[in-house]
Design a protein. Sequence first.
Length: 331
Amino acid sequence: MTQTTELKAIADALRQHDRFLVVTHENPDGDALGSLLAATLALRQLGKDAVMYLAGQTPLPREYAFMPLEGLLRESPADAAQRVLLAVDCAKEDRIGDEAARSRAPLVLNVDHHHDNTRFGDLNLIVADASSTGEVLRDVFAELGLELTPELAEPLYIALVTDTGRFQYANTTPKALRLAAELVEAGADIHAVFQEVYESVEFAKLKLLARALDRAEVLEGGRIVVSYLLRTDFADVGASEPYSEGIIDYLRAVEGAELAVLVREQLNVGAHAHKGSLRSSIDELDVSVIARRFGGGGHRQAAGFSTDLPLEEIVQQIREGFLAQRATARA
Ligand SMILES: [Mn+2]
């Protein structure tokens, strides 16, 4: 199917069905939560019964606490088997964090922008060159003839501004910038979003950042910048897991860095021992390929993984993955 056909098929399915369960990926970021909220509100604007569900008990990142996410379920509702599952910003079904979510649903709709999306839906709309899932949803809403109210515009803007790194990353296309203007015209309060998302840093997050910066090391003559956070770091400064979001951007910003790596010990018992985040600063390096060495994935510029391997082994594997690509690029 072409992308236009996929778009129309998703829009038709949203029109035809009446009850929906909207989900996104665990440990959600701004695009995940913005898309979750916008999709839910859009369905309600169409007169549908739509509920939001985020599996697990991990607290939401505090910078998104201002979003009107009342009614967000943390456990699957009893009537999940009667609800069409709409997954937004989920590259793989296991990112939903509820193994039964997909099999329970009578129909699965998958709307995303990850280039490595496994197309786990019955219907899929995957736009790999979109800046964010929010941008993809905007086109779905247009297809549905929805009015872009301030309530819809603001979560779409949150999705857009966070996934483009405040309109700085390579995915900041002219289309993304035009969409930003459209969302501001529709009533998104960009200054309020800025203050809530970027200027409400908790002191414990600052102290966690300090630990990561203090431990940062360079490899391969400065082309790789790597750091790690231990479980005790989180405990010492009083930080929970989402506090580490954004730290990697400081590592990537170092002069000459092509690859930034942050490895953190997992806080949840029963989870994999380590979680890794990877960021590429150059077009020639696809970090999703490195993440796949550990069973992870993501985008070219940003990817992640979970693993039980020890820290030294993780760093060694990442180094090999980096050299495999960079040697190829130079040949
Ligand atoms: Mn995204």
